[in-house]
Write a protein that binds this ligand. Sequence first.
Ligand SMILES: O=C(O)CCC(=O)C(=O)O
Length: 270
Amino acid sequence: MSTADAYNNHTDPSAAESAKRLLSNSECYRFWKHGYVVLKNFANLSETTELKIAARKELASALDPLEYEADVGYPWAPTSRFASGGSTIRRLRNAFERHESFRKWATSASLVAAVTRLIGESISLTLAHHNCIMTKHPHYGSQTRWHRDLRHWSFSKPSLVIAWLALGDENEQNGGLRVIPGSHRTIISPSQLDDDKFLAESHSQNAELLASARGVSLETGDLLLFHSLLFHAAGTNLSDEVKLSLAFAYFGNSNRPSPGSSSESCFKLS
Ligand SMILES: O=C(O)CCC(=O)C(=O)O
């Protein structure tokens, strides 16, 4: 039985205790109140070293499936695959199939137990989106405007948890994430979003939300867990090193993917 199973079945009090050590009651509370929580040093040095080596190797081999900066058309992205920097990779997709190290991390007992505890039931990993190594390159790494990740999936409940692992320092200088605390609970009218479902920054009703934004600084091994309705954004990379992060998303097994949608592609963990 996995740690997550034991936690869910409540048959093994020691597993429940160990899940609590991974994610305390106050961390759970912070996640549900603010829509995110940072777990410092969640992955150890040997895990992050292995993941970083695999990520660099995958980036160098540039095997499909990939998302290029030029594909997204965000601010600062190259205008086409043929423009200067046009071959800059933004996302190494399908991390789960790509390399054993990523699969091992996504299904690791500690990560599964922490997310299971947060969601409060047995969980699955979505393979439909995220499931990737995010790369942000100097010069051509784009700026991502304010959005909710839920737009990538279709589920009976709008509630998934994204697990974002820093494989290096992430901060304002190298395009680290910014969040709007509590925005996973904010009701937004369609007029507050632009055609691409980003928060319209000039809309007067968004001013208060945007004023409460804050940066999330991470160090190698820190895990950011955030809600799929949390508005977040990121800047460009002004450093001279590529930023690497591993992003997977999980959902509770009572949350049903819409039949026939890509969200049905998932891996049951418990
Ligand atoms: O690193 C970035 O630019 C933001 C990525 C992001 O928020 C996303 O892919 O959902």
